[in-house]
Design a protein around this ligand. Structure first.
Ligand SMILES: NC(=O)c1ccc[n+]([C@@H]2O[C@H](COP(=O)([O-])OP(=O)(O)OC[C@H]3O[C@@H](n4cnc5c(N)ncnc54)[C@H](OP(=O)(O)O)[C@@H]3O)[C@@H](O)[C@H]2O)c1
Length: 289
């Protein structure tokens, strides 16, 4: 029997990692290795080389990252960690992928853009306005510099089943649905227009990218439709029947946070079939969660 192509999913306990695992395991077509912190530290070159060279996979999918946007901004230790995990990690993975002949898939964030344009194409020049964005951009550049066989997938505002790992932060929707159980009113920022994206749809698109042999390069993979935090939450609450709770739109200045966010960071997908509208994706998630 022919050997199945081997795929390593890194960050497999995370929100996206879990969805990737589910999507790629589905039909038993691949040999899947699901790794998280206990199996590999992507910020440590030796750990990366030892683990990747032992397997020489067909594809490495890296969904591991340090995503604590505000802690990275205000705390030097967190910033150093983000530089290692978000910046150096993808470099080590790209170099190891090149040596073992693997394809690398790596995820990047809309926070690499400054928010001054209405929307951003794959070819627009990034200009991060936070340390988190800066470290994610460093990761992207390190992959481009060290490998040809890569897919860099930029995405934004993920939602879906929660991460298995304890440290991972909850998605915005999950946190707000939780708060709605004990609050009558919620003030929510009516700014930062961007695209909410369902991790299951992103995992499905990732698989399609590989199986339909799309050209290597940068992709913007998000569900269609742009929302602020407030406008999206209003819809989520109406889908879930949480209509008794009052949601108040407020400016971002009501919640001062250490890291700046782009005021608009709509990722335009011009290279891949459009993902479905985010509302349909959200209804699916809510029905199946
Ligand atoms: N979440 C969003 O809204 C969003 C938006 C745009 C882009 N993205 C990007 O999408 C990707 C997936 O995000 P996500 O929200 O699914 O992340 P997540 O839930 O935080 O999961 C990340 C996983 O990576 C693990 N990890 C962290 N450092 C590691 C290391 N050094 N070595 C190995 N594993 C490590 C984490 O373990 P611990 O929990 O133990 O640290 C966690 O299980 C990331 O690249 C992220 O930057 C996310």
């Amino acid at each position: 029997m022919a050997k199945k192509p081997k795929i390593i999913i890194i960050g497999a306990n995370g929100m996206l990692g879990q969805a990737l695992l589910k999507r790629f395991k589905k039909d038993n077509k691949y040999e899947i290795l699901a790794w998280d912190r206990n199996e590999i530290d992507i910020g440590d070159e030796k750990s990366v080389n030892k683990k990747i060279f032992a397997e020489s996979p067909f594809i490495i999918i890296n969904s591991a990252a340090h995503n604590a946007v505000d802690q990275i901004e205000e705390d030097e230790e967190n910033y150093a960690l983000a530089k290692k995990i978000n910046g150096d990690g993808p470099k080590y993975l790209a170099i190891a992928a090149k040596k073992s002949g693997s394809i690398l898939i790596h995820y990047v964030s809309d926070y690499i853009f400054d928010g001054e344009k209405d929307s951003y194409l794959e070819t627009d020049v990034p200009r991060p306005i936070s340390r988190y964005g800066e470290t994610k951009l460093a990761g992207e550049e390190n992959v481009k510099k060290n490998l040809q066989k890569y897919y860099l997938i930029r995405t934004s505002k993920l939602f879906g089943a929660p991460a298995k790992s304890e440290k991972a932060k909850k998605s915005f929707f999950a946190s707000m649905i939780g708060l709605a159980q004990t609050n009558k009113t919620l003030a929510v920022v009516d700014e930062e227009l961007s695209c909410f994206t369902y991790v299951d749809d992103l995992a499905q698109a990732t698989r399609k990218l590989i199986e339909k042999k799309f050209p290597f390069g940068i992709y913007h993979l998000v569900n269609e439709g742009a929302e602020t935090w407030y406008s999206a939450l209003k819809k989520i609450f109406s889908f879930t029947g949480l209509t008794a709770i009052e949601i108040l739109p407020v400016p971002a200045s009501n919640f001062p946070r250490p890291a700046k966010r782009p005021c608009r960071s709509i990722l335009k997908n011009s290279k891949f079939p459009k993902l479905r509208n985010w509302e349909d994706a959200a209804r699916d998630w809510l029905e199946n969660k």
